[in-house]
Design a protein around this ligand. Structure first.
Ligand code: NDP
Ligand code: KAL
Length: 257
């Protein structure tokens, strides 16, 4: 079997800068020969994303604005992608957001607004995007989302995002069940902590990284590249029998009690 991604096209959603996990995924897919399509939340990110992508040698990428809080925007984006390229072979969903005030203190204080916003952007968006993308995967395909251990157990400060990740994990499984008959597999990567723009300004991040270095079986944190290579596996035929799965790319931390 040939595991090159030559002749295949993948949509990568959620590159903010060179530290983004989505960027690690984009680089792995590019290395494997894939053509890439990038989406970003607003026009503001168009130039930075294009500048970054210009560093990928020989990559003939396409770019679209897509704020996932709007079903119209999501539908319009994938309609346009269909017109521009026809078939796609997969999608990486690397999107999450919660209000800063909901990522500290006690979860019990989460507002209705904050709860709905976090779930809207971080979990429902996978439904919306998968529904719009599936018809473009006429040759079958793969969808990968990014989750975190805080959706499986309580992690201090992760709060409403943990509840949104629990929803995302279940969403991924229900989507896997629906889309399997179309030859579309849906999986999640549970990444260990990586210093990205989202993680920035979040209290105690250094302490969390240090804890991984001291306690995780591999005694080190993981990189965007390691998550990227697992996404490549999940989006290629190497994983053709795998769907509805959560793979932990976290130096083994999640096996600890
Ligand atoms: P980044 O800050 O690099 O990426 C987050 C992305 O979410 C940004 O590109 C942002 O887009 C996008 N986003 C937010 N709101 C919207 C919206 N309304 N519409 C479209 N896009 C939106 O952080 P990460 O790479 O860390 O995050 C990627 C994923 O990985 C997230 O799901 C996160 O929860 C998950 N994850 C991260 C871990 C970590 O330690 N970093 C650990 C485990 C999981 P824009 O910049 O265009 O606003
Ligand atoms: C226990 C951990 C410590 C951190 C606690 C919460 C982290 C939540 C992640 C969430 C995605 C962060 C935000 O939504 C930040 C947002 O309020 C402000 N930032 C922004 O608006 C920037 C500019 C944009 C680009 O960010 C987004 N998201 O759009 C969790 C750690 C150990 C692991 C992490 C960081 C997990 C994760 O899910 O990211």
């Amino acid at each position: 079997m040939n595991f090159s991604l030559e002749g295949r096209t993948y949509v990568v959603m959620g590159v903010a800068n060179k530290r983004s996990i989505a960027w690690g995924i984009a680089r792995s897919l590019h290395e494997a020969g894939a053509r890439l399509i990038f989406t970003y939340a607003s026009e503001r990110f168009e130039k930075p994303v294009k500048d970054l992508v210009s560093t990928l040698e020989g990559q003939d990428a396409l770019f679209y604005e897509c704020d996932v809080t709007s079903d119209e925007a999501v539908t319009a984006t994938f309609d346009q992608i269909k017109q521009d390229v026809g078939t796609i072979h997969g999608l990486a969903h690397c999107i999450a957001f919660a209000k800063k005030e909901d990522l500290q203190g006690e979860f019990v204080d989460t507002s209705r607004d904050g709860y709905l916003l976090a779930h809207n952007i971080s979990a429902y968006s996978l439904v919306s995007v998968s529904r719009a993308a599936q018809p473009l995967m006429s040759e079958g395909g793969g969808i990968v989302t990014l989750t975190y251990l805080g959706g499986e157990r309580v992690v201090q400060n992760y709060n409403v995002m943990g509840v949104a990740k629990a929803s995302l994990d279940a969403t991924m499984k229900y989507l896997a069940n629906d889309l399997g008959k179309h030859g579309v597999r849906v999986n999640a990567i549970s990444a260990g902590p990586i210093r990205t723009l989202s993680a920035k300004g979040v209290g105690d991040f250094n302490t969390i990284l240090k804890q991984i270095e001291e306690k995780a079986p591999l005694r080190r944190t993981v990189t965007q590249e390691e998550v990227g290579d697992t996404a490549y596996y999940l989006l290629s035929d190497l994983s053709r029998g795998v769907t509805g799965e959560i793979i932990h790319v976290d130096s083994g931390y999640s096996i600890l009690g």
